[in-house]
Write a protein that binds this ligand. Structure first.
Ligand code: SIN
Length: 358
C-alpha cells in the first residue's frame, strides 16, 4: 500500500537530480573569467547617493564588487582576486609589473578563459596599453572602470563590469589585444583615451574609432587595431623587477628648458616631449633636448594635441638630432613604449621601428 507514494517520491527525486545535473552542466559550459581588482572609482564610495565628485576611490573589495552584480553568474564562472587597492593616479611601474605577471600566470592556465581588470579611469588607458604590449596570450583581457562611485544613483560600475565579463568570456574578443570596456563600448588599448573629466561617455578612440559595442548581452565587434600586440611583441616582463626611468616634458607658449634639464638631472634614461602641434620644438627647448640626446637620453617627439601622426623629419630634423617620433601615440602611451623599448635596446633606429610597429 506504500508502493505508489514511494514510487512518486522516487520519480520526484530523479527529476530533481536531473535538474541539478542539468544546471551543473550549464554552469560548467560558461567561460571561466577571473576578475583582478586594483581599485579606482568602480570600487569607490561617496558620502551620499548624489556624491559623484569628492568621493573616496578604492574602498570596496573584489568580493563585494562581484556580489553586487549577481547577473555575472549567469554569463561566466567568475572568481576574484584583489591585486592591490589604489586610486589609479598612484599607479606605478611596480604595480604594472606585478599585474602583468599575474595576468600572464593566470592566462597560462587551461582553466582560465579570460581576465577582467577593475581599474581607476584616470590611468586606465596607460595600464591597458602596457598590458597590450606585455601579455603573452590570445585570451581576452578587458580593463574596466566607472566614472561614478558604487554608492551613486545610476552608478555605471555594475553594468560596466557585467559588459566587461561578457566580453572577456567571448570568443569574439580572442586575439584582439587588451580591451577597455565602459559605457557599452569596446575600445582598443592602443587608441583609447579619457576625453572628459567627469562624464560617463569619456572614453574615446579619437578619429581611429572604437572597436564595437556591448549590446543585448553580447559584444559586437566591427574592426580591430592593426598594430601588433600581446603575443606578437618582443617585450617580456617575466624577469623584470623595474623599468627604466622615462619622463614627459610638456611644451607651451613661453616654455623654457628647466623641466627638461631637471628630468635629465633626476636620471631620466628617456624623455617624451609633448610638443605643440606636430610635435614642434620651441627654440628654448631644442638645445636642452639635443644636449640630453648627446648625453645618451633617448628623445621621443610626441604631441600634446591628442590626435594625428607626428611626422618624422617634419617639424624637426629627427635624423640629424637622432630623435624618435611617436607616430600616433599620445605622450603617456609613448612613455610606456619607450620604457619597454629601453629594456631591449638603446638604438634609436630600433626604437623608431618599435614606434612604427606597436
Ligand atoms: C581613479 O582613477 O582611481 C579615480 C577616478 C576614476 O576611477 O574614475
Amino acid at each position: 500500500m506504500y508502493l505508489k507514494p514511494m514510487r512518486t517520491l522516487f520519480a520526484l527525486f530523479l527529476c530533481l537530480f536531473a535538474l541539478a545535473a542539468q544546471a551543473q552542466t550549464a554552469t560548467a559550459k560558461l567561460p571561466r573569467v577571473v576578475i583582478l581588482a586594483t581599485g579606482g572609482t568602480i570600487a569607490g564610495t561617496g558620502a551620499t547617493s548624489t556624491t559623484t565628485v569628492g568621493y573616496t576611490a578604492a574602498t570596496v573589495g573584489v568580493d563585494a564588487l562581484i556580489k553586487a552584480v549577481p547577473e555575472l553568474q549567469k554569463v561566466a564562472q567568475v572568481s576574484g582576486e584583489q591585486v592591490f587597492q589604489i586610486a589609479s593616479e598612484n599607479m606605478g611601474n611596480e604595480q604594472w609589473l606585478l599585474l602583468a605577471k599575474r595576468v600572464n600566470a593566470l592566462l597560462a592556465k587551461p582553466d582560465v578563459d579570460g581576465i577582467v581588470i577593475t581599474h581607476g579611469t584616470d590611468t586606465i588607458e596607460e595600464t591597458a596599453y602596457f598590458l597590450n604590449l606585455v601579455v603573452k596570450s590570445r585570451k581576452p583581457v578587458v580593463v574596466v572602470g566607472a566614472m561614478r562611485p558604487s554608492t551613486a544613483i545610476s552608478a555605471d560600475g555594475p553594468i560596466n563590469l557585467y559588459n566587461a565579463v561578457l566580453t572577456a568570456g567571448s570568443q569574439e574578443a580572442v586575439g584582439k589585444g587588451v580591451l577597455v570596456v565602459l559605457n557599452d563600448q569596446i575600445n582598443a588599448a592602443r587608441e583609447v583615451t579619457k576625453t572628459n573629466t567627469v562624464t560617463t561617455d569619456t572614453f574615446k578612440s579619437p578619429e581611429l574609432g572604437m572597436l564595437g559595442y556591448v549590446v543585448g548581452n553580447q559584444p559586437h565587434f566591427y574592426r580591430a587595431s592593426t598594430r601588433k600586440h600581446t603575443l606578437e611583441t618582443e617585450f617580456d616582463v617575466s624577469n623584470l623587477t623595474a623599468l627604466p626611468q622615462v619622463d614627459i616634458a610638456y611644451s607651451y607658449a613661453n616654455v623654457g628648458p628647466a623641466a627638461i634639464n631637471a628630468l635629465v638631472a633626476a636620471g631620466a634614461k628617456g624623455l617624451v616631449h609633448a610638443g605643440v602641434g606636430d610635435g614642434s620644438l620651441p627654440t628654448k627647448v631644442r638645445p636642452a633636448l639635443s644636449s640630453a640626446r648627446k648625453n645618451g637620453v633617448v628623445i621621443v617627439r610626441s604631441s600634446r594635441v591628442g590626435q594625428g601622426i607626428v611626422a618624422r623629419n617634419g617639424e624637426a630634423n629627427d635624423d640629424e638630432l637622432d630623435f624618435v617620433v611617436s607616430d600616433t601615440l599620445n605622450p603617456q602611451k609613448a612613455r610606456i613604449l619607450l620604457m619597454l623599448a629601453l629594456t631591449k635596446t638603446t638604438s634609436t633606429k630600433d626604437i623608431q621601428r618599435m614606434f612604427s610597429t606597436y
